[in-house]
Design a protein around this ligand. Structure first.
Ligand SMILES: NC(=O)c1ccc[n+]([C@@H]2O[C@H](COP(=O)([O-])OP(=O)(O)OC[C@H]3O[C@@H](n4cnc5c(N)ncnc54)[C@H](OP(=O)(O)O)[C@@H]3O)[C@@H](O)[C@H]2O)c1
Length: 497
């Protein structure tokens, strides 16, 4: 791993992502002395600002983010790294003047371009950078970070890739999925591959089914236009949740290096049984939130949100059942679900083991027992819990569920935002937590038939009240009567809401 200096150029620096994640991420890294010396961060924006205005903007956004005054000595050092380049993405002049600026000796020849801009601009910006030879790696490395979504479906992802590969090698492209930068997501790999007692159990012989949930209690805020064209399946399931699934299901890679890891992830995606259009309704369920209440506050339904057509059938909830046709997982359903305006914000992986035989307990007060679950909380609570059945204290033979807790971060330890990890990985040239194109392609292949079917069914979409756990009818995805959506990180006994 190198610690060479680097110039980060951020397209879309005035946008939401740069303000809430990238600039605070860089600041934290600088605070922790993680940014290589002489690293510079060049913001590209079309607003008529200069460096002084940009510095004032950054100060304000950092104060808002961290809730108070900044450490002046850190901010001073940080601000010396910051520059503002004014230009419009659609104007060729923006790129030629950027090339001139970056040729100044104070900027490292190792340059990372971060495209924090709308996906429709990815191709055009790369072509423009290439034209002024900013992607040529003659005197230093050139890397490009591409935000999600990478394409809108399989065909558009392939078309975008074709455009990019005319100017970039695969090694230069960093397709970001910020979920993979989360400490707890990486902990899934450590939990699986550093604990020998788990491996013999991690298969169809012992596991009944696996659930992966990303629930948000937020609505669509001001992103109505984007969201209505994307929907929950594209926004969350195709990307983040399928990625989590690959980490839970993959075979141990031979090494923690980028290619070995990504090879194994791709194998999982390719082993997922394709869903033909005729089987979409048996494997996928969608819904849209109606009005309801969150934390006691009334909230409007999706169709009443700003910039949403009143007849929209875009899904704000999507659930899917997937089967992996390989030796480890044959017959074990993976249930994935995501939703906006759900009862609470929570991401977790819940692994349900098979029921033990009850023969031993015949003739006792133990009439039914919960199966063992392993719960991996991703956010906001990061935890690893293994639920066990134990005897209750007292004379009678009664049992209850308790959990072994292996949470990895102490309450006083600093939370490291996913973007910080990933921004640093780009500098270090570590692509293990970024997506290779064949991963993206395979993920689109899985969801494309569902998206196409839903796109053709525009008359009706089931609804669920805001503040609930989604449409109750999504239960029909379950293979067995005793399977239910697991919504709590704490031991629970049966179906909830
Ligand atoms: N926001 C998030 O939390 C998030 C999370 C994951 C992925 N992403 C992805 O990150 C990307 C950016 O998202 P965002 O939410 O930050 O979007 P955004 O708030 O709309 O920001 C877009 C940025 O692009 C700039 N821009 C647009 N047209 C331009 C032009 N012709 N010339 C120069 N600059 C131009 C905007 O400048 P102005 O400020 O002048 O309009 C703004 O800085 C998207 O691909 C999104 O899907 C975002």
């Amino acid at each position: 791993m190198t610690n060479e200096s680097c110039t980060y150029v951020i397209f879309g620096a005035t946008g939401n992502l740069a303000r809430i994640k990238l600039m605070p991420g860089f600041y934290h890294l600088d605070m922790e002395n993680k940014l290589p010396e002489c690293s510079r961060i060049v913001a590209v924006g079309r607003r008529p600002w200069d460096r002084a205005v940009w510095l004032a903007e950054v100060r304000t956004l950092l104060e808002e983010k961290f809730g108070g005054a900044l450490d002046e000595s850190v901010f001073q050092r940080f601000s010396e790294r910051l520059f503002y380049h004014r230009g419009d993405l659609d104007d060729e002049q923006c790129y030629s003047s950027l090339a001139t600026t970056l040729s100044d000796a104070q900027f490292s020849r190792n340059i990372a371009f971060y495209l924090a801009i709308g996906p429709d601009d990815f191709g055009h910006v790369i072509e423009s950078l290439s034209k002024v030879e900013l992607l040529a790696q003659e005197y230093g490395w050139r890397r490009v970070v591409i935000e999600k979504p990478f394409g809108y479906d399989l065909e558009s992802a392939q078309a975008l890739q074709k455009r990019l590969e005319r100017h970039l090698t695969e090694e230069q492209i960093y397709r970001i999925d910020h979920y993979l930068g989360k400490g707890m997501v990486q902990n899934v790999l450590v939990f699986r591959f550093a604990n020998v007692m788990l491996e013999p159990l991690w298969n169809r012989n012992y596991i009944d089914h696996i659930q992966i949930t990303h629930a948000e209690n937020l609505g669509i805020s001001s992103r109505g236009e984007y969201y209505d064209s994307a929907g929950a399946m594209r926004d969350m399931l195709q990307s983040h949740l399928l990625q989590l699934m690959t980490l839970v299901a993959m075979e141990p890679p031979v090494a923690m290096d980028a290619e070995a890891l990504r090879d194994e992830k791709v194998k999982v995606l390719k082993s997922i049984r394709p869903i033909p259009k005729s089987a979409v309704h048996a494997h996928a369920f969608r819904g849209q939130y109606g009005k309801g209440s969150i934390n006691g506050q009334k909230v409007p339904g999706y169709l009443e949100e700003a910039n949403i057509p009143t007849d929209s059938t875009t899904e704000t909830y999507a659930a899917m059942k997937l089967m992996i046709d390989n030796w480890r997982w044959r017959g074990v359903p993976f249930y994935l679900r995501t939703g906006k305006r759900m009862a609470m914000g929570q991401s977790c992986i819940s692994i349900c083991f098979r029921h033990p035989p009850l023969q031993f307990f015949r003739g006792t007060h133990v009439s039914c027992m919960n199966p063992n679950w392993v719960i991996l909380g991703i956010q906001p609570e990061e935890c690893i819990r293994i639920e066990m059945t134990v005897k209750q204290a007292g004379l009678e033979m009664r049992t209850h569920t308790t959990s072994l807790d292996a949470s990895f971060r102490q309450p006083d330890q600093r939370f490291v935002d996913a973007y910080e990890n990933l921004l640093l990985d780009v500098i270090h040239g570590d692509r293990s937590l970024f997506l290779r194109f064949d991963e993206v392609e395979s993920a689109w292949r899985i969801v494309d038939p569902i998206l196409q079917t839903w796109a053709s069914e525009r008359d009706y979409i089931p609804t669920y009240p805001a503040g609930s756990w989604g449409p109750a009818e999504s239960r029909r995805l379950f293979e067995k009567e005793d399977q239910f959506w697991r919504s709590s990180l704490l031991p629970e006994c049966g179906p909830v809401g």
